[in-house]
Design a protein around this ligand. Structure first.
Ligand code: SF4
Ligand code: SF4
Length: 113
């Protein structure tokens, strides 16, 4: 999903007016995107004069870190090295499965063109 870098947003409201599904509102002087309603048209990104609406890819490091922190929180439930290794193996399989789902979804989407 597109997201707003609050330190770049001046609260001008241009993106609010341009969003075709009213998925953007202003809160405390900055734009806020409602991920549930956003249809990913990209208009907000194109019209923002401050480059405040950012691409998903900039969030990759944060999302990776969130996954690692999630795994670390789960590890705290296991005491032995063997149990912890088994959990990490299961989590790796889980992420591999997710990766395959996403890769195949991308292939299917491309075939829709
Ligand atoms: S167009 Fe850009 S600067 Fe203006 S409110 Fe939207 S995100 Fe903020
Ligand atoms: S990507 Fe489109 S639908 Fe989503 S918030 Fe931006 S303008 Fe609205």
């Amino acid at each position: 999903m597109p997201w707003v870098n609050q330190s770049l947003c001046t609260g001008c409201g241009v993106c609010v007016d341009e969003c075709p599904v009213e998925a953007i509102s202003l809160a405390n002087g900055v734009a806020l995107i409602d991920d549930e309603n956003c249809i990913r048209c990209g208009r907000c990104h194109d019209v923002c004069p401050e480059e405040g609406v950012r691409h998903d890819s900039e969030r990759i490091p944060q999302e990776v870190e969130a996954n690692v922190q999630w795994a670390e929180s789960l590890l705290s439930h296991f005491d032995t090295e063997q149990e912890r290794a088994a959990l990490l193996e299961r989590l790796s399989k889980y992420f591999n499965m997710r990766m395959k789902v996403l890769e195949e979804s991308v292939e299917r989407l491309r075939s829709l063109q």
